[in-house]
Design a protein around this ligand. Structure first.
Ligand SMILES: *Cc1c(COP(=O)(O)O)cnc(C)c1O
Length: 410
């Protein structure tokens, strides 16, 4: 829940209700959907350094597409790099170099599109290891990946350094700003010291930014951006010989929910620059308070140098049992592994009066409970620990598939 305000939700629902039949696949029938999406892309590009790029030079302008979510934005960018490299470099065994912390959607892209994903361990501060990534580049490498910030630990990779390497090698550089795309530009305007991560950095050639996270749209939209219209061409699908007629679609889907694009456009325009600035101010202030508070709790330590996604671990108590005790108190935290940790992603929900204080109070109490009774075998805590360390990954994979099966049981 990134926004969660009743009035905002009711507003999005009203927009959805009057546009529920709109299908951007048929641009001729639904010209408004095309306009919503063009403006979503333009607004997002402008926010992420596109304003500083020339708008009339095809190879340098910042352009993109509306997609169904961060995963699709990443899939499309990876597919575009793969096919660009095949056409421009005759690379037939494409590889992408990414830190271990980059989102798992890059693994999904690698599996779907037969790309080799080279995962490089991060440094002690949980950020991408620039030198190790440089060493991992081969003649088959088509792109580097960095996150702003990373999903697990909320830290910003050294994008400027990675982009400089990518530029020197003439390969792509994707900044995954799914989580930070609608926060970091406003953080910078508020005076926070935000390192270069977007299209202001010359070597950054593509980005993903999720409107359905801190853009405060309904679930089901994201934006993928490219530097240069030629890259977006490698994302498009076209068919010229199908009996069903000439066919083209910019993204993975055929028919698409135009109502989600309408609601996304409405969310962006209604929130506006003032709204994003104010939301970001509240989130970063709450993030800082929670980070300080977690650091002050005995047995806990914060991982890395985060702004509003606060990951913490413990050397003395089982952090997964702390997570369980927090769940019992009504908190929904993410369990991380390698290393074992937990994170809270601060959203507008947590900026309401008293929430951060209640969170820290509950966290302190949970740690004390675990410390007082460390040997519990109840709940999911042992499963988390086991799942991270069991050497038979195939077994864990099967377990996950069986779990998904259960979800479909009527
Ligand atoms: C959420 C997220 C994604 C994936 O987005 P989905 O919308 O869940 O598909 C990718 N990268 C980062 C950093 C994210 O936070």
């Amino acid at each position: 829940m990134y926004h969660g305000d009743d009035d905002h939700i009711a507003f999005l629902n009203r927009v959805y209700a009057i546009t529920s039949q709109v299908n951007p696949l048929h641009a001729d029938l639904w010209p408004s959907a095309t306009k919503y999406e063009a403006e979503i892309v333009a607004m997002t590009a402008g926010m992420l350094g596109g304003d500083a790029a020339p708008t009339d030079e095809p190879t340098r302008q910042i352009i993109g597409s509306v997609t169904s979510g961060g995963t699709e934005s990443i899939l499309l960018a990876m597919r575009a790099y793969r096919d660009w490299a095949r056409a421009a470099r005759r690379i037939t065994r494409p590889a992408v170099v990414a830190p271990t912390t980059a989102h798992v959607a890059f693994d999904k892209a690698a599996q779907y599109f037969r790309i080799k994903l080279v995962r490089v361990p991060v440094t002690a501060d949980y950020r991408a290891d620039v030198e190790a990534m440089r060493r991992a580049i081969t003649r088959n490498t088509v792109a580097l990946v960095g996150s702003a910030p990373t999903f697990p630990h909320g830290v910003i990779d050294p994008i400027e350094d990675l982009a400089a390497i990518a530029r020197q090698r003439g390969i792509g550089m994707h900044t995954d700003a799914c989580l930070g795309g609608f926060v970091l530009p406003w953080a910078r305007r508020l005076g926070y010291d935000v390192p270069g991560f977007d299209f202001h950095v010359p070597g950054v050639t593509s980005m993903s930014a999720d409107t359905h996270k801190f853009g405060y749209a309904a679930k089901g939209t994201s934006v993928v951006l490219y530097r240069g219209a030629h890259l977006r061409w490698f994302q498009y699908f076209t068919a010229t010989d199908w009996p069903g007629g000439l066919y083209f679609s910019p993204t993975l889907a055929g028919s698409r929910p135009g109502a989600l694009s309408a609601a996304c456009w409405a969310a962006m325009v209604a929130t506006g620059e003032d709204g994003y600035l104010e939301a970001t101010r509240r989130i970063l202030e709450t993030g800082a308070a929670i980070r300080r508070g977690v650091q002050a709790i005995p047995h806990l330590r914060v991982l890395g140098d985060p702004l509003w996604v606060i990951a913490f671990a413990s050397d003395t108590v089982d952090i997964y049992r702390v997570l369980e005790h927090m769940t019992r108190r009504g908190w929904s935290l993410n369990g991380l592994h390698r290393p074992a940790a937990v994170h809270l992603c601060v959203t507008l929900r947590h900026t309401q009066p008293g929430v951060a204080e209640r969170f820290l109070g509950d966290l302190h109490a949970s740690v004390e409970e675990v410390e007082a009774q460390p040997a519990g075998e109840e709940g999911l805590a042992p499963v988390y620990g086991l799942a991270a360390t069991i050497p038979f990954r195939g077994m864990v994979r099967d377990l996950l598939k069986k779990y998904i099966d259960l979800l479909y049981r009527p």
